[in-house]
Structures are given as structure tokens and as C-alpha cells.
Design a protein around this ligand. Structure first.
Ligand code: GCU
Length: 647
């Protein structure tokens, strides 16, 4: 404990000295040491002793409190108390107190996990913020970095993390890597975070230890049991496995004529005696139902298994039925599996929303998801992390807001995007005009007046309250802006191949699966555009319950933001605005670009108030965002326009 305290105290002033390079995330906590903290010792006490600006806090562990991770905060700056059922609850309470909260709070989901798509060689699949913080060829980890990561996660209530990519290397289950997992687990544990790993279903065979990976084979079952037992010997609170099976070329139970339930249950049986779980992903296409509309395949494949999974198996599904597009309707699998535990997978890393180049605040997208899928249906929530070795962790300073938002929504999915953005902005950039900056401005003005020989000139400055409101607004509008300049009206997957940045509406490669080709998704021709998934088309609308089934099935009642997702319509189709479909498309592309122009103006106004480095870095990215938004607009309006024009 003393050693950890030492690391923590040594670490924080060090981070503070680095000033504003974004490395402190939203945790720009001053080292104050003003509070007397009594009662239970632990991380909560350590954090408050260092950073709380009140006088007195008492921490009480009370196992009779109902929610394991919940807390109650009472009192004021003079004297506050935090009561919680568990050590983790006290810690969450401590961070809530630092944010200025009081009252009782408990998390909505028991499982609040990050999923790292980190490869063992240090690369990160769909990572835009540098190499992995966990893995590298030298098998070295930086404990202070892992602790800073843990503290950031604890501050927003995240309580578990999957340390490696779902496209998992079989090597993950070998001794050197499990040892590393143990080391990381030891660092995360005091912060209430359990570790999980992704496993390759074919591991027993791939490692050359059994001739098959058939889940019903006795040797295979024994092999997994032994591996699991070995893991628990060194990591007694190990969380369990995340599995991508029979998806995008990964091995799985189908390779042996078995079902998803056979595969998941075999692992679940090995984990069960130790309290571990299996998170089995439903992101599948092209294996069993090849040729079927891709967005239907998860339900086709998993529905027959409903009720067959063990109770420590959780089906993990992406928010939409396709693949983390800027906008998708919710995935109907959440309504279809009535006897299976489920959890939602959201993507924090912006694979399809401008990587770490573009300012896109994702909370509105997730808020939209929860307006369709009740959190009550879910056991947990996972977010594909956007974290890497970059100094500011996430590549873009505003991408930190997505990590933050994910954690806060995992705690309380009823929080609005506005509340979350406000919390994050306040902590990350401050809710009041920073003093230093106004000093700087005054000296700027003095210099300016002197140089220009005038007493009259004052540098024009928008009041910080106005700037703050504009920054908040910019965050809240940014996701819709991205939909507008990339893929409005339900268009989807018209990205450049492989890296998914930039437009390629004419994309087609004969040697690629059709499900990767943009032309398959927009189906544009001289008659119209859009994918007919209505009951006259692929019938994907039938996977939805009422009222959505009927609503989505007819173009007249289908919400316009999903129109081309569910319907193929003529270019002169009349939209609610009175414009034709092609005009409406053009209107959206233009609005998207205009929004980015407006974000740039907001950021210019913010300049006097933001530290130089972060301001400059965000400004450079916004400039790129505008260039790229314009590219989307030009390429797409030209391409679609070429069909829409009478020939
Ligand atoms: C997307 C992504 C892949 C990822 C896959 C998954 O297709 O592009 O990199 O592996 O999703 O979620 O499994």
C-alpha cells in the first residue's frame, strides 16, 4: 500500500508539471492536501487526501448498503461523509465528491468494461492514438502509466478491461503473457478493475497441444479447464473470456459442425467454478448464412440458440446490426434473445467516425441507442477503447470526451449528452475563464497598444461563458455533423476499403466479400438509391418488434435518418422538407460542412482561454476535419449526382 501511495504522489505532481499536453485527461487535479480524511483507508482515502479541497471527509464501509458499487455522499465542504458497500464504492464516491456531487448513486450495469483491440506486438487494431499501453515485443509495462490508466477509469466507474484484441492470438494463453496479465491485474485491482482476456477459439489446436479444438472433444475440454485453473492460480479475481468465433475468419465451433452454444458453454463450464464469465460476440456474417443480407445474419445465427447458453455466458452485440457506422438503427438482436444474457458493445475508437482526426462527440449516438434498447435488458456494457501511448492518450483532445462519456453512461445511461459534455468540459478546460490567460491577454493588449501607438484599441474577446456554451454546443452537434458530411439519410458503409477513413462510394473489388463493398450498401443506379430491407426487399424490418417493424417498413413512416438503410427510392422522391431525395442529400452534405466551419469559428473564439498546446493541436485537427468533410461532400454529391441527373 505504501509503495502504491508513493507511486501516486510521485506521479501526480509530475503530470501536473507537464502542464497542458492532455496527459492528465479530465483529471487535472491540484495537489491540495487540505482535507482530513478519516475512516476507511484505501485508494479513496489516498485520492481525497491529495486532491479534495474541503476540510473533512469520513469514509465508511457499510456492507448493508444495497448496491455493491454504489455510494452515498452527505455533508458539505466543512464535513462530508461517504458511505459505500465496497471499497470500489468508496472510490467512486470519492471521485463523485471531487466532481461536486452529493447524494446516493449506484451503477446501472454490473459489468462496465473497456475492450482493448491491442495486439501482442504492440499494434492496436483500429487504434488512432499510438501503440498499446499494455503490450510490446519486449513484454515491458510501465506501472505508472497503468496506474494512471486505472485511476482515470475508476474516476468514471469502469470496473473491468479486456486487455487484448478480439482477433486474438493463441499466444495469449501461454505463460509469458498470462504472467503479464497477472502483473497488470495487480496494478488495476486496487482501483476496482478486473482483467479479462480475448481468447482464440482454436487455441488448443493452434498451440499444437491437442489435435482439434472441437468443443465437444474431451481432451479439448480438459485443456481449457487446465488453462483456466492456471490463470486463477495467479489471478484469483480474473474476470473471464471475450470470444470472437466464426467471424471474419476466426476459428469457432462451426469448424467442427457445432453450435455457438456448444462453443460458449464449453468455455463457460471451465470458468464457472472460479466465478468467471464468457462474453461471446454476435458480430458474425458470411459463415453460416452467407449471401443473406448482412444486417440480418446475427439474428439468423443466434436466435436458434436462444435458451441454450449457460448462465455465465453473455452475448455481446454491437449497438447496430452492421458495424459501428456513424448512424445505424439499433440491432434487433437485443429484442430477439429473450432467454440469453446480453451486453452491448459500443465503439469509443472512431473507426468510422473520423479516427482521431475529427472532433466527434459520441454520447449523442449512444443516447440514441439507449432510447431504443432499455438498459434493463442488458447485463453489461463494453466500449472498444480509443487509448494508446500518445501523450494525450486518445490522439485528439476531444476524443478523451468519448472515453469519459462511455464510462459515465455505463454508470448511468439516463445521463444526457449535454450533462456529460458539460461535466467533461468543466473538468478538462474549466468552466471559468482561466486567470493566467486574462493576464496574458492584458499584456498582449499593452504590447499591441504600444506598437500601434493607440490607447483605444482593445483586443476583441468573447466572454468565456459564451465561448463555453459554444464549445458545449459544438460537442453536441458534432456527431450529427459527421453523419451529414459522411453518410446522411441512412446511407452506410461507403468508406474507403480497409482503413475506413474517407469516401469511396464507387468502391467495388471483385476479390473482396461483397459485404465490404460500398456499392453493395447504397445500391445506387439511375432509378434510385438505398438498400431495400423492407418486407418487399430483404425483410430485415421483420426482425424488429412493433412499432418499429411497421414504421420502418414503409418509406412514408420510416424516420428519414434511416430512410436509405431500409429503402431504395427514386432520386426525385419527395422528402418532408419538400426537396427531392437528391436535393435533400446535397442539403445534408452542405450542412455537415457548414457545421465544421462553425466549429472552427468557435475554436477561434476560445483561443484566449485555452492553453497554447491544446488549442493549437485541436485547431490543426479541425483544419483537417474541414478538408476531409469537403472531400466527403464533393466525392459523394458528384457520385450520386451522376446517377440522379437525367441522361
Ligand atoms: C470491424 C473492424 C475490425 C474488427 C471487427 C470486429 O469489422 O473493422 O477491425 O475486428 O469489426 O469487431 O470484430
Amino acid at each position: 500500500m505504501r509503495k502504491l501511495l508513493f507511486i501516486l504522489t510521485a506521479l501526480l505532481p509530475l503530470l501536473a508539471l507537464k502542464a497542458e499536453d492532455g496527459s492528465r485527461l479530465w483529471l487535472r487535479l491540484d495537489t491540495l492536501r487540505t482535507a482530513q480524511v478519516t475512516g476507511h483507508e484505501g485508494k479513496a482515502a489516498e485520492v481525497l487526501k491529495l486532491h479534495y479541497d474541503g476540510k473533512q471527509v469520513t469514509l465508511t464501509l457499510d456492507p448493508t448498503q444495497p448496491a455493491t458499487d454504489g455510494y452515498t455522499i452527505r455533508g458539505d465542504k466543512e464535513a462530508a461523509t461517504i458511505t459505500a458497500h465496497s471499497e470500489a464504492g468508496l472510490l467512486y464516491g470519492a471521485f463523485a465528491l471531487l466532481r461536486g456531487e452529493t447524494g446516493t448513486s449506484a451503477p446501472c450495469f454490473d459489468l462496465r468494461l473497456l475492450n482493448h483491440w491491442d495486439n501482442l506486438d504492440g499494434s492496436v487494431e483500429r487504434g488512432y492514438a499510438g501503440e498499446s499501453i499494455f503490450w510490446n515485443d519486449r513484454l515491458e509495462t510501465d506501472p505508472s502509466l497503468i496506474e494512471a490508466y486505472a485511476m482515470a477509469n475508476a474516476s468514471i466507474g469502469i470496473n473491468g478491461t479486456v486487455l487484448n484484441n478480439v482477433n486474438a492470438s493463441p499466444k495469449m494463453l501461454t505463460a509469458p503473457y498470462i504472467n503479464k496479465v497477472r502483473e497488470i491485474a495487480d496494478l488495476l485491482r486496487p482501483w476496482g478493475i478486473r482483467v479479462f482476456i480475448s481468447v482464440n477459439f482454436g487455441s488448443p489446436k493452434a498451440l499444437g497441444e491437442v489435435e482439434t479444438a472441437d468443443p465437444l472433444n474431451r481432451q479439448v475440454r480438459r485443456w481449457w479447464k487446465r488453462r483456466v485453473t492456471d490463470i486463477y492460480k495467479v489471478i484469483p479475481d480474473f474476470g473471464g473470456f471475450l470470444v470472437k468465433a466464426n467471424s471474419e475468419g476466426q476459428p469457432g465451433p462451426f469448424d467442427y459442425g457445432r453450435t455457438h452454444a456448444d462453443g460458449a458453454n464449453m468455455l463457460a463450464d471451465a470458468l464457472k467454478p472460479h466465478g468467471g464469465i464468457v462474453m461471446w460476440r454476435s458480430f458474425v456474417y458470411g459463415a453460416k448464412h452467407k449471401g443473406e443480407d448482412r444486417v440480418k445474419q446475427a439474428v439468423s445465427e443466434f436466435k436458434p440458440c436462444d435458451g441454450e447458453f449457460r448462465d455465465n455466458v453473455i452475448l455481446q452485440s454491437k449497438n447496430g446490426p452492421l458495424d459501428f457506422q456513424p448512424r445505424e438503427p439499433y440491432a434487433p438482436i437485443f429484442d430477439q434473445m429473450e432467454q440469453t444474457h446480453q451486453m452491448a458493445e459500443l465503439q469509443i475508437t472512431q473507426e468510422y467516425l473520423g479516427h482521431s482526426q475529427q472532433l466527434v462527440f459520441l454520447a449523442p449516438m449512444w443516447e440514441e441507442f439507449f432510447s431504443f434498447v432499455s438498459p434493463k435488458k442488458l447485463k453489461g456494457i463494453a466500449g472498444v477503447a480509443n487509448i494508446g501511448l500518445d501523450t494525450n492518450w486518445c490522439g485528439h483532445h476531444f476524443a478523451q470526451a468519448n472515453w469519459y462519456a462511455f464510462g459515465r453512461l455505463a454508470w448511468d445511461p439516463t445521463l444526457t449528452s449535454r450533462q456529460i459534455a458539460d461535466e467533461w468540459l468543466r473538468q478538462t478546460f474549466g468552466s471559468e475563464a482561466p486567470e493566467v490567460k486574462s493576464e496574458e491577454r492584458r499584456s498582449d493588449e499593452r504590447r499591441f497598444r504600444k506598437e500601434n501607438g493607440s490607447q483605444q484599441i482593445r483586443l476583441k474577446r468573447t466572454p468565456y461563458a459564451t465561448v463555453y456554451a459554444s464549445m458545449l454546443d459544438m460537442m453536441l452537434r458534432s456527431r450529427e455533423a459527421c453523419v451529414d458530411y459522411m453518410m446522411p439519410l441512412g446511407l452506410h458503409h461507403i468508406f474507403k476499403f480497409d482503413h475506413h477513413y474517407g469516401p469511396e462510394p464507387d468502391g467495388f473489388k471483385a476479390n473482396y466479400p461483397l459485404e465490404w463493398c460500398p456499392v453493395y450498401y447504397h445500391q445506387a443506379d439511375n432509378r434510385g438509391v438505398g438498400f431495400d430491407r423492407s418486407s418487399r426487399g430483404t425483410g430485415a424490418t421483420r426482425q424488429y418488434p412493433e412499432p418499429y417493424r411497421t414504421q420502418y417498413d414503409a418509406p412514408e413512416t420510416c424516420p428519414e435518418e434511416y430512410l436509405l438503410w431500409f429503402h431504395h427510392l427514386p432520386w426525385d422522391y419527395k422528402m418532408k422538407s419538400g426537396r427531392t431525395l437528391i436535393q435533400e442529400m446535397e442539403w445534408h452534405y452542405q450542412r455537415g460542412v457548414n457545421e465544421v466551419i462553425d466549429f472552427i469559428a468557435t475554436w477561434q473564439q476560445a483561443k484566449p482561454y485555452i492553453d497554447a498546446q491544446r488549442w493549437q493541436e485541436v485547431n490543426t485537427k479541425l483544419t483537417t476535419q474541414l478538408v476531409d468533410a469537403r472531400e466527403w461532400q464533393q466525392v459523394c454529391t458528384r457520385y450520386f449526382g451522376s446517377f440522379a441527373q437525367p441522361k
